[in-house]
Write a protein that binds this ligand. Sequence first.
Ligand code: DMJ
Length: 469
Amino acid sequence: MRPLPHPRRRTLLGAAAGLATATAVLPGPGARAAGLPADATAAAEVLAEFRHAWEGYKRAAWGYDEVRPVSGTRHDFFADGHTFGLSIVEALDTLWLMGLDEEVKLSADWIEQHFDPAQDTEVQLFETVIRLVGGLLAGYLCTGRPALLTRCRQLADRLLPAFTKSPTELPYRYVNLRTGAVSGTVSPLAELGTNLVEFGLLSRLTGDDRYWSCAKRATRAVVARRSSLDLLGTSLDVESGRWADTTSCAPNPPVDSFYEYLWAGAELFADDELRGWYRMLTAAVLRHQAQRPNGHLYFAQVDYATGETTGRRQSELGAFYAGLLGKGGDLATAREYYRSWSLTLDRYPVLPEVFDYDSGQVLDTRNDLRPEYANSALDLWRLTGEAEFKQTAYRYFQGLRSGQRVPGGYTVARDVTTSPIHLGDLTPGYLFAENFKYLYLLFAATPRFDYRTGLLSTEGKLLRGAVRR
Ligand code: DMJ
């Protein structure tokens, strides 16, 4: 493992804490930064690193959910003793986009032969929808193999009790795939609403409206509980329908992708009601939560009824919001927020999970191989064509490669504030779905992706824009 480069200057964290000041110096449109290779070279580098991670998974954990690349062992993501071949499902459309067609065949064959959607185990609705339902859908759209859609539908059918057994239309958090037993009565917004695009697409492809209806009703049930300021809380009790936590913590988890799916659902299904909700709730978040210490944009946690600030924690997962703001039409704020994250990357080439933007203190030193910054880079580059987003994404890639690559693949980090970084031992499945896919699409100009209309889910699944010839 190579030590991280020394922080080049005190930037965002120190600046916000009043320790020193610095301004982002980012090249303007059209500029090519020193050290940024030609697109084709960058794409080849990204592809090589994806293959390195993929081969590590195949060697030590093929057929299991996730690999622990340092120890060469396996990890069951959903439930101990049960595998869904998660990393295979996560990787499928990435492999296709990258033109790795032998690997696509190997993976799709495994899913057709071994994927079991009826295991006697409880799974988390949110993770199952975004990773497995979304992965099978994207795999079907990329390969055209009907069995993938069949498996997807079988799985979704077994998730439906989470919705249909609820007295409020807000889904339970967990469901047993064999028995349909539900549990988990307090659910955060991301888990309540991040099913619109997968279930909507499944309804469209199968002609069975149940999936979309459940998802839309759940989203409507959340929006109906907004405050007079048009803010939402963090979590709801799905049986009583009452708020369990009335903090508006957008765009941070555990509400992040609720907002993302209002936009994505509106876009994919031309649904003006969703578009209206996205606009109304986004305006409220910007009005009541945007703060600019030292001129850099962050989002505070506030009480949803009064708008009073209750916290200044910023999670790395919130970095996706720059891309979402851009897609929602507010490019100026999108750029501003993206640059706040670029400044953090100056200080920590591998971003920490959580920091306080007011004190500058890192509150969670880990990095779970997070893709959100690269996700926004891709979104904003697609919207603007500006070189800034390629340059900063390549810098993110360099941090990932020098900080989290191990002989067995790529791993999470326990502490990114040490030099060298203190590593953990896990390749999360989403690494195969997200990080390398976003980077590859940025640099590869692949004819398999429609760059104009392509739509990726919160888990990076290609749900629109697969170009098959
Ligand atoms: C992914 O599972 C998805 O992006 C999700 O929306 C939240 N974050 C993780 C990766 O960080």
